[in-house]
Write a protein that binds this ligand. Structure first.
Ligand SMILES: Cc1cc2nc3c(=O)[nH]c(=O)nc-3n(C[C@H](O)[C@H](O)[C@H](O)COP(=O)(O)O)c2cc1C
Length: 214
């Protein structure tokens, strides 16, 4: 936890159109008294108005710019140390697949790959309905939940692309409420986060991992 007593949330943004809601997520987290830093994939930047974005956006270029010799800080490790929790919202299909298989070819996925597994990592997927319903998505979600990451369920709606069905990112208030719940449980007792993870694993077993569309 930061010296200020506030929780540090690292928000990861990926190349889903749902990144247009990123400034709303950041503002809501700030309203809830979180410290917020934002890491982006290159494709996520396409959906942001960076000059008016509420906090600085940290991208791949910063990672490389900041290191030239031994002793210099390594940004993805510094960010992991700074964060009390990480939220990836939206998590697109590409980054989901990368995380599920351990690929780390940009700043965001390096933070995840170097993540300290005792800290919560929350995932709010967002993708087209056919992508969501593809069996490979189900396999990856089961794997990610099995690792203990906290899944914020997708919702059903008419997507920006015009298709209707499951796969839309959870509503912003739902995401913020989940982050607040995790903070509350962490504050109450450091051991409680294990319970959250186990709840999530239990759900996975209860529904046999077939709730990708729930
Ligand atoms: C306009 C537009 C909207 C997109 N929306 C999504 C989306 O909601 N979910 C998704 O999984 N991919 C979406 N994509 C595809 C991703 O941007 C693409 O897979 C990209 O490689 C993701 O890169 P990243 O994971 O490094 O951010 C979209 C692409 C475009 C051009």
């Amino acid at each position: 936890m930061a010296n200020s007593g506030k929780f540090n949330v690292l928000l990861g943004l990926t190349g889903s159109v749902a990144s247009i809601k990123a400034s709303q997520i950041v503002s809501s987290l700030i309203d809830e008294k979180f410290n917020v830093k934002v890491v982006v994939s290159e494709n996520a930047k396409h959906f942001l108005d960076i000059p008016t974005f509420p906090v600085p956006v940290i991208d791949d270029a910063e990672e490389w710019k900041g290191w030239s010799k031994r002793g210099d800080p390594v940004l993805h490790i510094e960010l992991r140390r700074w964060a009390d929790m990480m939220l990836i919202a939206p998590l697109d299909a590409n980054t989901m697949a990368k995380i599920a298989t351990g690929i780390c070819d940009n700043l965001l996925t390096c933070v995840v790959r170097a993540w300290e597994m005792s800290k919560p990592l929350l995932l709010a997927p967002a993708m087209n309905t056919c992508m969501w319903e593809h069996p490979v998505t189900r396999e990856q979600l089961v794997r990610l939940r099995g690792l203990g990451y906290i899944y914020i369920p997708v919702v059903e709606k008419t997507l920006v692309c015009g298709d209707s069905g499951q796969g839309a990112m959870a509503e912003v208030p739902t995401i913020i409420q989940t982050v607040c719940d995790v903070r509350e449980r962490l504050t109450a007792n450091a051991g409680d986060i294990i319970e959250i993870k186990n709840d999530d694993r239990k759900r996975k077993h209860d529904d046999n991992g077939v709730d990708c569309a729930s």
